[in-house]
Design a protein around this ligand. Structure first.
Ligand code: AGP
Length: 588
């Protein structure tokens, strides 16, 4: 969730750390800080975005650590911002220390006072207590008493030029480049500065200096497994768009084209075999990736007639899932770092299931854990709200479902997917019309999204997107379920978005539309059936191109993403950085 950067080299650290934090800001943006070590540790912190830390670039020293925060323990104040300094130590931490209360009490009982409300500060206190002249050894001792998750980077005033690192259930990557050695919680921070990277695994420690990187697991030294950092992994700015969200929606057709490359590899064939042989298929994911999984269930069952079960990843391990070596678990995650999805995938592996990761970040913790990885190739997504990655996830999952169907003699569904990129291009164009709907939503108290069949999934995703970026309370509902309770919330002027792409279910969806209209709702229709565009009483309608009903969420989501974007603007919200959220949710 939070972002970590670090540098030990020949150059001044602060400007490099600042640039790295700017690139990581999507991970959290409520406060930030940098600590450098020259003769002594110097720290600068700020609340709000990383730009507020501009003055920190003056800090001296060629070794330092930085952090951008997404608050878990304690409000987003400067005191709670990292790095936390105690005695000779400065610490940046991602994750949650679950036994922090007990540890803090112990420190307080010794007369130590704390300057923040965070769980992280206790790590600096423990380091000071357990240091015996060797930074890395002290960090190992501290790690042995910590419970929870952490990615840690630590400076010690007694050991200039060194940064010690530890990882447990929170991502951390080493990088080396011409200017020296780096570390980061996430690869994008290293793009441009490093030529090679090496992700740490859970339980591993490292020590970096200007010229050396040493890695260990317990007492055993291990040699870093350096991987080339491809150029072009960075994003190219907003490319003339006002926001990343808009840019990334416009990139959907290109993302769909690239997502199709996944189907041509050997990994894809192996995954298809696994799925065909599996006795049960389960999908686990969170948020938007969960919605993509719901749409995939629909495709596996409709096209391949194979049952598939979908579980919100945060609930999976608490349901004591029934799994065996005959189970295939598909873990869907844009970042590949979502703690709940990782935990679900880990449990699935422990129970003998084959784990298939469907990710946008191919070098993520999830792919390292999974038996197979299918990249969705959406390209880097900066906006916190997932847009192009959702559609690319759908594309890869549909391709899988179509190929399992084909293996069973149900042919032709794969070919239909080749039309999606050009249909998406038309949809982005047509979808822009929802900009005119925004004022109706901007002034409303709440909004509702309804649909049936695959359209019910689009309704859920449309509602999530609207909440996320415009803060307008909203619900997505299967249209037929509305009258069983939620209809009570519809009043004069309530905006209701109906999604209608299934000819078979069209009249049934329209019944729900009439029921809401009769209670005063303003109804906005997203449909691929032009005949319904002329329906009386609609406040707005967008016609999107028709495609096979099962695949329709890949297109119908686009106008709803655009709607969320325009409503966010109309309500004065920054769609790229919704409050309280972060791009990658690395805590449980
Ligand atoms: C999507 O708009 C959200 N930001 C969020 O629901 C996200 O999809 C969820 O946190 C899962 O993230 P992941 O795909 O990186 O695992």
């Amino acid at each position: 969730m939070c972002g970590i950067v670090g540098y030990a080299g020949k150059r001044r650290a602060a400007p490099l750390l600042y640039a790295g934090l700017k690139r990581l800001e999507y991970r959290g943006y409520d406060s930030a800080g940098i600590a450098t070590l020259a003769e002594k540790i110097e720290v600068k912190k700020c609340t709000g975005p990383v730009a507020n830390l501009r003055a920190a670039v003056d800090l001296k020293g060629t070794c330092g650590i930085g952090h951008t925060r997404w608050a878990t323990h304690g409000a987003p104040t400067a005191a709670n911002a990292h790095p936390h300094v105690y005695g000779r130590f400065a610490v940046v931490h991602n994750g949650i220390i679950e036994n922090d209360r007990a540890l803090r009490k112990m420190c307080e009982a010794r007369g130590e006072s704390f300057s923040s409300e965070t769980d992280s500060e206790v790590i600096a206190h423990l380091l000071e207590r357990l240091y015996r002249g060797d930074l890395l050894e002290a960090l190992k001792r501290v790690a042995s008493v910590l419970e929870g998750s952490y990615a840690l980077a630590v400076l010690c005033a007694d050991e200039p030029g060194k940064i010690a690192l530890a990882r447990e259930k929170s991502p951390l990557v080493l990088g080396r480049g011409k200017l020296g050695n780096f570390l980061a919680s996430d690869v994008p921070a290293l793009v441009g500065a490093c030529l090679e990277i090496c992700p740490l695994r859970d339980g591993e420690f490292a020590l970096i200096t200007e010229s050396e990187v040493t890695m260990s697991e317990g007492e055993r030294f291990i040699s870093p497994d350096w991987l080339p950092l491809e150029r072009g992994r960075g994003e190219s700015g907003k490319a003339g768009h006002a926001h990343y969200m808009e840019k990334e929606i416009c990139e959907i057709p290109a993302a769909l084209c690239r997502s199709r490359e996944t189907a041509s590899g050997a990994v894809f064939s192996r995954v298809r075999e696994e799925l065909c042989a599996a006795k049960n298929i389960r999908l686990v994911a969170c948020g938007t990736a969960y919605h993509a999984s719901l749409a995939a269930k629909y495709a596996f069952e409709k096209l391949a007639r194979v049952p598939a079960e979908v579980t919100v990843a945060s609930e999976f391990r608490y349901q004591d899932p029934i799994l065996s070596e005959n189970s295939a678990v598909i873990a869907v995650s844009q970042s590949g770092e979502t703690a709940d999805t990782l935990a679900a995938a880990k449990l699935a592996k422990e129970r003998g299931a084959k784990v298939i990761a469907v990710v946008n970040e191919a070098r993520s913790s999830l792919s390292a854990l999974a038996d197979e990885t299918l990249p969705i190739n959406a390209g880097r997504e900066v906006c916190v709200a997932a847009t192009k990655s959702y559609v690319a996830q759908l594309s890869v999952l549909y391709t899988l479902a179509a190929s399992v169907a084909e293996a069973q003699g149900r042919r032709g569904y794969g070919d239909l997917l080749s039309e999606l990129p050009s249909l998406a291009r038309e949809t982005v164009k047509a979808g822009r019309a929802v900009g005119g709907w925004a004022p109706h939503f901007a002034a409303a108290r709440s909004a509702y999204f309804i649909g049936r069949g695959a359209d019910a999934v689009t309704a859920l995703e449309g509602s999530l997107k609207l909440k996320e970026v415009s803060y307008l309370p909203s619900e997505g509902y299967p249209a037929g379920e509305l009258k069983h309770g939620t209809l009570a919330l519809i009043e004069e002027g309530t905006p209701v978005v109906a999604v209608l792409t299934s000819q078979e279910l069209a009249e049934k969806t329209m019944n729900a539309v009439h029921e809401t209209r009769a209670r005063g709702a303003k109804v906005f229709l997203v449909t691929s059936i032009p005949a319904y565009a002329g329906e009386k009483g609609l406040t707005g309608c967008v016609v999107i191109p028709p495609c096979t009903e099962v695949y329709s969420p890949a297109l119908a989501a686009i106008p709803l993403q655009l709607l969320a974007y325009y409503v966010a603007l109309a309500r004065g919200c920054d769609p790229d950085k919704p409050r309280n959220l972060a791009k990658s949710v690395t805590v449980e």
